[in-house]
Design a protein around this ligand. Sequence first.
Ligand code: SF4
Ligand code: SF4
Length: 168
Amino acid sequence: MQAINLRSFKQVVRHNKRRFRSFLTRLEKNVPRGLDNKVTIADKKVWEQIDCLSCANCCKTMSPTYTKKDIKRIAKHLDMTENAFREKWLYKDRSGDWMNKKQPCQFLDLKTNMCSIYAVRPRDCAGFPHHTKRKMTDYMHIYKQNVEYCPATYSLVEKIMEGVNAAS
Ligand code: SF4
Ligand code: SF4
């Protein structure tokens, strides 16, 4: 398990993000055989190496989307009304989704990188970074976005790139 150094990650990303995004665009246009299988295998390796507790960059720089059920569950857990919860912490974005007003997320303990509402956290957080949620080609826009913020997604794309380059 590898601790994440976010400062070096940001430097590496600055140098490589354009190359990674071009690779993903090429992959989308010319899908190699068995891509989703390769993603599943690479994803397992990623999680053997990445320690999210040394990172928490998603909670520091992005907002989850809160569903109605999330709001209901978390407000109850915090002993608040749903309205009070929304008013205190959330805003509605242009697509009508409820998002965090502030970053880092108000529920992140910055000393430990732990989520203070872990057991009732939004479903979006529980599934993040959603590597194998859909076919990779249906989720390419998310990979392109997250490769800049999530060391796990970066590592996954790097592994796929190595595999595709080795096979060509
Ligand atoms: S999911 Fe990605 S951004 Fe979030 S803590 Fe893990 S490696 Fe970091
Ligand atoms: S609710 Fe928890 S897991 Fe989700 S962004 Fe906030 S701190 Fe991170």
